[in-house]
Design a protein around this ligand. Structure first.
Ligand SMILES: Cc1cc2nc3c(=O)[nH]c(=O)nc-3n(C[C@H](O)[C@H](O)[C@H](O)COP(=O)(O)O)c2cc1C
Length: 195
């Protein structure tokens, strides 16, 4: 099972990028988490869709190839960062080729405050639902305060957070399983109606 992790922060010492890396060893058996690189993605411009920029196409392809996605978003001014919205906009295009459609999606966020990212995550869920991703409702992952979650090597030292992340990954694995089953169901239904 291939999962793509997307961090909404380009910052070298990003807590949100760090949590995605820290989730890799927590993945259940059979799940592999790769992390996308948003750093080279240009600002979205519809004029450029005819010759899709290579980094934007790479993101699209990675999402399309993944069985599910994990998006870790910082909260910027009570919403998601422009970097993340820009990447999502590219991946949703061209019209009719939205890479998020049907994709199981786990949303989380780390903030320096204790309740930070709740508003950003709410906005992100709204966007992903519009894109017809299969957004996981529970568990909700409002992680923080960031300074207390990690050790100097970016391992998660907060036991409840680690436990919650493991549970969330198990839920994502189960949603991916359901999504395979439902895709088979659609195939069967189509075959039946064609018969
Ligand atoms: C432009 C900007 C706006 C921010 N707005 C919020 C906010 O609305 N709510 C919040 O909890 N933190 C806010 N923060 C603080 C971020 O939560 C903090 O910088 C966090 O570490 C960013 O995530 P990162 O470590 O993954 O880069 C803001 C930071 C920046 C740079």
């Amino acid at each position: 099972m291939h999962i793509l992790g997307i961090s909404g922060s380009l910052r070298r010492q990003s807590y949100n990028s760090a949590v995605l890396s820290a989730m890799q060893p927590l993945a259940p058996a059979g799940m592999e988490i790769k992390i996308a690189d948003l750093s080279g993605i240009p600002l979205y411009n519809q004029d450029d869709e005819a010759a899709f920029p290579v980094p934007a196409q790479a993101l699209k392809d990675a999402i399309a190839a993944a069985d599910g996605v994990i998006i870790a978003t910082p909260e910027y001014n009570r919403s998601i960062p422009g970097v993340l919205k820009n990447a999502i906009d590219w991946a949703s295009r061209p019209y009719g080729q939205n890479s998020f459609a049907g994709k199981p999606a786990l949303v989380l966020g780390v903030s320096v405050g204790s309740i930070g990212t709740a508003v950003a995550q709410s906005h992100l869920r709204q966007i992903l639902l519009h894109l017809d991703a299969r957004v996981i409702g529970q568990p909700e992952l409002y992680l923080g305060p960031a300074g207390q979650l990690f050790d100097a090597s970016w391992n998660i030292i907060d036991a409840p957070t680690k436990d919650l992340l493991s549970k969330a990954l198990a839920e994502l694995a189960s949603r991916v399983g359901t999504s395979y089953a439902s895709a088979e169901g659609i195939t069967t239904a189509n075959a039946m109606s064609a018969a």
